[in-house]
Ligand binder design. Structure first.
Ligand SMILES: Cc1ncc(COP(=O)(O)O)c(C=O)c1O
Length: 386
């Protein structure tokens, strides 16, 4: 049985070309990128080339990119960095109820330090209303942080409108773009955010490496201090193999971008259409404004964890929402924010695809899942009572 991996929002397989690009940096090109000698200079050149590749993918200047240890660190750095930099001007931050825990936990920690945070509601499809956001702005507001695509349901936020509202009042905007890098075009020349977070392992790069985009002239207080790496914006010896891998993944991401709208979205849409044929199945997220690789469905009278385990026994990997909250059986804060009732929240699964998935992967999920749902429902007292 060939395993079917449909959990690409959690992480993606490393592209073999990425691995190949990384390998020499563990062995012969092992230098510290800050060293003056040739070993160091070769490592430095590779780091700068990777920075250039990521800059090309997002339409930015290489100087605007800071390498980090991943999306979580980028989110922490952006929110704390701006908050501490601007705390003399104001202490109010606006975010949404459906952000990744990397943002929500940072905001909670800042509240304990005296900042005020507004958590915007979303509508039943997961969209933030820019007018509601405008109503929450006060002279104290220093930062608005709204994710690009939600990692559980894929809904894409109207960032252009959000930036217009914020910038009219001189407020900085950060966006967690971890789920959209290499999935939909991002061009910082038109995409008006001031700071953006990215992660390597979501686009066939290695884990433990990410980046923070910081628009020229935007000031923030570094989170990690020490040496003068990353132009004094993030201290610590660079993870050269990881950065090289991320750079290669960014280069491949640009090359494969057109496939996202065709191959990946095509597979996702077929999977969604066929699974929605199962009676009592509903879509969570926006039907249209959605990242091309994500589909989150609720199956009435089932339980997500049970479905996940049954699928896993069939060799199919999916998720019940965010990887970091599964295992805890905590209901998804995202689905709760959409106003979904308890049954929908508990009986939900996230399917997330990548360019490495095939028609056969979708066929297999579509073949297996209806029977699993049926079996679980036949055991559910609430189902037979209906
Ligand atoms: C939207 C979003 N933000 C941040 C992160 C954290 O990224 P990393 O795993 O690189 O720390 C993730 C990963 O799950 C994510 O999906």
């Amino acid at each position: 049985m060939t395993p079917v991996y449909l959990d690409n929002s959690a992480t993606t397989p490393v592209d073999p070309h990425v691995l190949e690009a990384m390998l020499p940096f563990f062995t012969e090109i092992f230098g510290n990128a800050s060293s003056i000698h040739t070993f160091g200079q070769r490592a430095r050149a590779a780091v700068e080339e990777a920075r250039e590749r990521l800059a090309i993918l997002i339409g930015a200047s290489a100087k605007e990119i800071i390498f980090t240890s991943g999306g979580t660190e980028s989110d922490n750095t952006a929110v704390r960095g701006v908050a501490y930099q601007l705390r003399g001007k104001g202490q109010h931050i606006i975010t949404t109820r459906i952000e990744h825990p990397a943002i929500l936990s940072t905001c909670k920690a800042l509240e304990e330090e005296g900042f005020r945070v507004t958590y915007l509601p979303v509508d039943s499809t997961g969209l933030v209303d820019p007018r509601k956001l405008a109503d929450e702005i006060t002279p104290q507001t220093i930062l608005i942080t709204v994710m690009h695509a939600n990692n559980e349901i894929g809904t894409l936020q109207p960032l252009a409108e959000i930036c217009a509202v914020a910038h009219e009042r001189g407020i900085l905007v950060h966006s967690d773009c971890v789920q959209t890098l290499g999935k939909i075009p991002i061009d910082m020349k038109t995409f008006a955010v001031d700071l953006a977070s990215f992660s390597g392992h979501k686009l066939h790069g290695p884990k433990g490496v990410g980046a923070l985009y910081v628009r020229k002239q935007v000031q923030f207080k570094p989170l990690v201090v020490g040496g003068s790496h990353e132009r004094k914006r993030r201290a610590g010896t660079e993870n050269v193999p990881g950065i090289v891998g991320f750079g290669k993944a960014a280069e491949l991401g640009l090359e494969h971008l057109p496939e996202m709208e065709t191959h990946v979205k095509g597979l996702r849409d077929r999977l969604q259409r066929d699974l929605l044929q199962i009676p009592g199945t509903t879509l969570n997220g926006h039907p249209e404004f959605r990242a091309p690789h994500i589909c989150n469905l609720s199956f009435d009278h089932t339980e997500g964890e049970g479905l996940l385990i049954s699928l896993d026994l069939e060799g199919i990997a999916v998720s019940t929402g965010a990887a970091c909250s599964s295992g805890s059986l905590e209901p998804s804060h995202v689905l709760i924010a959409l106003g979904r009732d308890k049954h929908h929240v508990h009986g939900s699964l996230r399917f997330s695809l990548s360019r490495m998935n095939t028609e056969q992967d979708v066929d297999r999920a579509v073949e297996v899942l209806p029977q699993i749902v049926e079996r679980m429902r036949s055991l559910s007292p609430s189902y037979s009572a209906d």
